[in-house]
Design a protein around this ligand. Sequence first.
Ligand code: 13P
Length: 248
Amino acid sequence: MRKLFIAGNWKMNKNVKESVSLAKSLINRLKDVQDKDVVVCPAFTALSQVYEEVKDSNVKVGAQNMSFEDEGAYTGEISPRMLKDFCEYVILGHSERRQYFGEDDEIVNKKVKKALEHGLKPILCIGETLEERDGDKTFDIIESQLKKSLKNMDKNDMKKIIIAYEPIWAIGTGKTATPEQAEEVHVFIRKVIKKSYGDEIASELRILYGGSVKPDNVKTLMEKEDIDGALVGGASLDAESFSGIVDF
Ligand code: 13P
């Protein structure tokens, strides 16, 4: 039985004060939630104070990105060693990183390995563009992203990885994938993982859906057998809507 996992990706929003205030409101609203893992992913600058705010609650902290190096002369980068002070999770390979900052599957693969080496649990994002979907390339793209980003992972690594399917055309657009469209891809992802890692790992793997998840569409998505949670952008920036999503 896979426990539902709901994560809020705050992206490049909120200063420290705003982040702490949102975290405060969330722990209060979500204090009775036991049946789901709840994670917030603030900007790097707010990680420390959000962590202090939530550390005794059922809300966990994740980062939105990470360097694939441990330390050294990499101006502007944040290493897994630094994140470990505050984070249990780290989002890797988000399409915005791929699209605007040139991250490809090889870089993402290095990051996933490095995160695991430091005991951080990766939330690995994959997803197709609208053009790829319209050209019937969705499954090819998903399979290739999975194979390349998960290169050289063993079964033990796979147990710690969460996959987020985020169709790029559904991110921030208000155009959610239908539960059927999402489920079809989730089933495919599980099949690809099963082929390489076997039935047990595949059936334990949590696969999240991301892309315009809102309080009013979360339920029908989560009812699907292979959708094990959500990675929420815009709607995670407001305590009422994010707790509405968690508590659907
Ligand atoms: P939206 O929920 O704003 O579409 O963003 C989804 C996302 O990119 C989460 O990582």
